[in-house]
Design a binder for this molecule. Sequence first.
Ligand code: HEC
Ligand code: HEC
Length: 367
Amino acid sequence: MKLHAFFVYGLGLFIAFISSAILVASGMGTMAWAKQVPVRSVIAPLPQHLRDTGLFVAGSTTEVQAQNLAFSPQYPLWSDGAAKRRWFYLPPGTSIDASKPDAWDFPAGTRLWKEFSFEGRRVETRLIERLADRSWRYSVYVWNEEGTDAVLAPKSGISALPVSVAPNGRYAVPSESDCRACHEGAAVPPLGLSVLQLSPDRDPLAVHADPVSLATNNLSSLAARGLIRKLPKDLLTNPPRIAASSPEERAALGYLHGNCGQCHNNNESEAGAAVPVGLLLAQKVGRSEPGSASSEQVLHTLINGPSRYRPPGTQGDAKVIVPGRSDLSVLVLRMKSRNPQMQMPPLGTEIPDAEGIALIERWINKL
Ligand code: HEC
Ligand code: HEC
């Protein structure tokens, strides 16, 4: 158990103990006492088994509880070709406050799961929770070969889990600090349960996306059920879509948003972890002044944008994207590389995403 979790848990028990002692000593009623002292919640340690996290119906490791809603981001993250399923849970009577459309506020008790599998063999299921003190907690459960049980992985992850169906026969389970590197670089940790990712105006050219039939929980349906509140009305009547000069450009910018935008953004992140380079790859929807489309700002940093990184062996100034020349564009070179000093994204994959790269190259070569 992490020392911090132990401390919080231990402290909570201690406070509970002291408070009952005071209650007994003073003879005060519970209600009167509760009004004077802020409620402290006890944060339970992580369950050792996925089945105890509330994902499945009791006694099952396949049947998802009806209260957990499936969702499917239109621009998914590439993870070496793993198939993914995702669900979220909000405590009864709570909802997401979307008044800041690019930084949704999730209620305490929110849970989000993502399951990874290769050829039908489940490998891991990740969990993000918002705790009672509004902090975020990350964990991973690793499935056994038979698919009958998934057990909590160590915080340091597992660098090479043998999985015969995974590429190269092994699989890297990320560490908790890897989770935070991606999830806390964005404005708020949930990345796929967000405004552009859940737009009902789905991009037909998006790479690796689920079919529309699997994306029934979207902005409009969740708003209609009262699970998302205060989303600016124009985003419901006119669902978000990346402004672009061609369908290919829209899909390319969407790919970069989904796979890179969690780090390359100008958000004021809760954890303040955004990347220290000028390259902006995240799209925002919360702006409506003419000429200020988020995609224009992204394109401005991309096209002929100076790159601080110079690929080994190249001469002169490197550029993030050289129009018409994907072969000279640092963005593409870094996406293709799996040299740890150079590869982008820097973590979460062992093999480059051929389909994603092909889309980006087609787009750049037509610029
Ligand atoms: C390389 C960056 C990266 C790393 C590392 C990473 N994630 Fe994610 N994660 C994402 C992105 C991007 C999404 C949304 C897109 C998708 O699901 O395809 C996501 C989605 C999720 C979701 C679904 C909820 C959501 O945010 O949309 C969960 C749960 C999740 N990740 C948990 C974890 C945990 C736990 C870890 C660490 C063990 C982790 N992730 C590591 C990038 C990352
Ligand atoms: C986990 C966070 C993270 C993710 C995800 C990520 N990057 Fe990066 N990126 C960085 C950091 C940190 C740097 C600066 C250090 C360096 O150059 O390696 C960087 C630098 C770069 C640079 C060089 C910019 C310059 O001015 O030199 C490019 C190009 C780039 N990233 C492209 C991408 C692309 C394309 C993706 C998605 C396919 C991506 N990155 C995903 C963290 C990330």
